[in-house]
Design a protein around this ligand. Structure first.
Ligand code: F6P
Length: 341
């Protein structure tokens, strides 16, 4: 068989582990040929690819990023995108395409599969918000990085008797905020799923100082917003490239808390450090299993599906289901965490 692989959307620790696993299973075990498209769907649309053999994937298991490069280009962005992609699949004699990506990529994968192309998807996102899989690889690494940062920030916050408002990734969901906040013992966590009340947040942080504590750590998912009317809040908007840009919840919260509490407050935006660097062992294993199962699905002809983790098993789920809804943090998880407002 001839299989094409691509990585699309924001990068994520573990992408290289999937690529390596696909090549090992396909080339070594099945005698397939594998090619990798450069920079996501763009590579397929422009027929820009490289051959992936054992040498090409040597030493990449622990490497962050993606050796194939990524972009946010999708076939639907071009009027003739799907047709052009189909033409290249035929021209290259591909029996299957394995796109590895998040919500946008999986939507594109579904579109391609619906048009009759042999597609098997692999989900990835540090945000962990893809509904049909229990976990996505990259999430564990992001939480580990954010937790280490929070541990470090506690010591500097304490030295300077400050409130630190730490912004973590999570445009639509608060999984990274919840897990890193719990792991580091943050004093308050705000998430997009539950608009926060600034008075309540001020009370929670203020009570710590009244109790004689010298600092406070607030974790804010980047997409967290105040309850309507709770505070003046700039939600940002689209920039000149059409990308959504937030004005920054950490900046706005630190100004508000400093004014209300009379304590020094600073914003810390962790940003892309959460996505870079080597994946944790958990993410390497999950990514490797996804790659292995994607190749098996290709050999079974199970197209229009993607790999997913259910409990401890890897299963295949229809791409149509995968892109229906986002996996948000359920309300009972806030109670367990205590610190979520
Ligand atoms: O991969 C998802 C994500 O990590 C979001 O949490 C974040 O908002 C976004 O990517 C930022 O990506 P970029 O700055 O690369 O567009």
């Amino acid at each position: 068989m001839r299989i094409g692989v691509l990585t699309s959307g924001g990068d994520c620790p573990g992408l290289n582990a999937v690529i390596r696993s696909v090549v090992h299973r396909a080339v070594v075990d099945h005698g397939d040929e594998v090619i990798g498209f450069r920079d996501g769907w763009k590579g397929l649309l422009e027929c820009d690819y490289l051959k992936l053999d054992l040498d090409a994937v040597g030493g990449i298991l622990a490497r962050g990023g993606t050796i194939l490069g990524s972009s946010r280009v999708q076939p639907s962005h071009l009027r003739d995108g799907v047709e052009r992609a189909r033409g290249h699949v035929e021209e290259l004699g591909l029996d299957a395409i394995i796109p590895i990506g998040g919500e946008g990529t999986l939507k594109a994968a579904r579109l391609m599969a619906d048009s009759g192309l042999p597609v098997v998807g692999v989900p990835k996102t540090i945000d962990n918000d893809i509904a049909v899989t229990d976990v996505t690889f990259g999430f564990d690494t992001a939480v580990t990085v954010a937790t280490e940062a929070l541990d470090r920030l506690k010591t500097t916050a304490e030295s300077h008797q400050r409130v630190l408002v730490v912004e973590v990734m999570g445009r639509h969901t608060g999984w990274i905020a919840l897990h890193s906040g719990m792991a580091a013992g943050a004093h308050a966590v705000v998430v997009p799923e539950r608009p926060f009340d600034i008075d309540e947040l001020t009370r929670v942080v203020g009570r710590r100082f009244e109790a004689g504590k010298r600092f406070a750590i607030v974790v804010a998912a980047e997409g967290a917003k105040p309850r309507a009317g709770s505070m003046a809040f700039d939600e940002g908007g689209k920039d000149i490239y059409g990308h959504e840009r937030f004005a920054g919840v950490a900046r706005q919260l630190s100004i508000e808390l400093e004014e209300r509490l009379g304590k020094e407050a600073r914003p810390v935006i962790l940003g892309h450090v959460q996505r870079g660097g080597t994946p944790t062992a958990y993410d390497r294993v999950l990514a490797t299993r996804f790659g292995w199962h994607a190749v098996e699905a290709v050999h079974r002809g199970e197209f229009g599906h993607m790999t997913a983790l259910r409990g401890t098993d890897i299963v295949m789920v229809p791409l149509a289901e995968a892109v229906e809804t986002l996996k948000t943090v359920p309300a009972d998880r806030y109670d367990e965490a205590e610190c979520v407002l």
